[in-house]
Design a protein around this ligand. Sequence first.
Ligand code: HEC
Ligand code: HEC
Ligand code: HEC
Ligand code: HEC
Length: 129
Amino acid sequence: MKKNKILLYTVVFSFFLLIRIFSAVSQEDIETVDDSAFKKLTRPPVSFFHDEHNENANIDECNVCHHMFEDGEKLEYDDSIGMECSACHYSEPRETEADLIRSYHLQCSGCHLKQKTGPVMCGECHRKK
Ligand code: HEC
Ligand code: HEC
Ligand code: HEC
Ligand code: HEC
């Protein structure tokens, strides 16, 4: 009898643990770009379903976006995964926020323009809910 009870508790506990793990993982799925340097957004948040986007766009290398440079040269086999763009592109928001905005627009819209696909109009990225 006692063994069964322990087993039951273990099963129930593992079940709830699994639910917690799953919801934690799905919460980390990126759906918008959310750079902490922008304290207050003046536009609606930018729609960006990270994994889905990169799969649909056939981007294989992470450092197409998460790039790393040395002496002005892009390093082919290095990346900056885990760093916000603002870590390097003018993290002082007040004085040079425009430069961070420009970096985002250049990378995102730049590729869309070059490949003639993907949104380039403000409201297509800055989507109202
Ligand atoms: C099209 C550009 C692009 C590509 C390609 C890309 N990412 Fe990202 N990634 C981003 C952007 C933009 C963010 C959000 C940055 C922010 O909100 O500060 C991000 C965020 C992340 C984060 C979260 C960082 C954090 O602090 O929360 C991780 C982890 C990540 N990317 C890993 C990867 C990996 C691994 C790959 C390759 C398989 C990859 N990325 C490819 C653009 C890209
Ligand atoms: C580890 C620092 C670092 C991180 C993180 C970083 N960059 Fe850069 N980025 C640089 C450097 C260095 C250059 C080359 C010098 C320059 O143009 O400022 C550069 C150049 C650029 C350029 C110029 C065109 C090009 O691609 O060569 C754009 C656009 C850009 N970055 C956007 C981004 C975006 C968007 C992110 C986030 C997804 C990002 N960068 C993350 C350091 C970084
Ligand atoms: C290296 C090229 C490249 C870069 C960099 C890139 N994209 Fe894209 N993006 C694409 C392509 C290609 C498509 C069209 C994919 C398809 O046909 O579904 C696309 C589609 C989209 C779409 C419409 C589809 C959707 O997911 O809703 C959005 C929104 C988008 N991109 C946002 C962004 C943002 C925001 C960034 C910068 C953080 C970015 N993209 C950077 C290539 C790129
Ligand atoms: C391809 C996608 C894309 C397009 C098109 C686009 N943006 Fe952005 N924009 C971004 C991303 C990504 C950021 C960084 C957002 C963040 O971190 O919250 C950004 C940031 C901004 C910011 C600073 C954050 C804020 O809300 O105050 C402004 C202002 C802005 N964009 C204005 C515009 C305007 C105006 C247009 C049209 C001319 C435009 N954007 C078109 C992707 C885009």
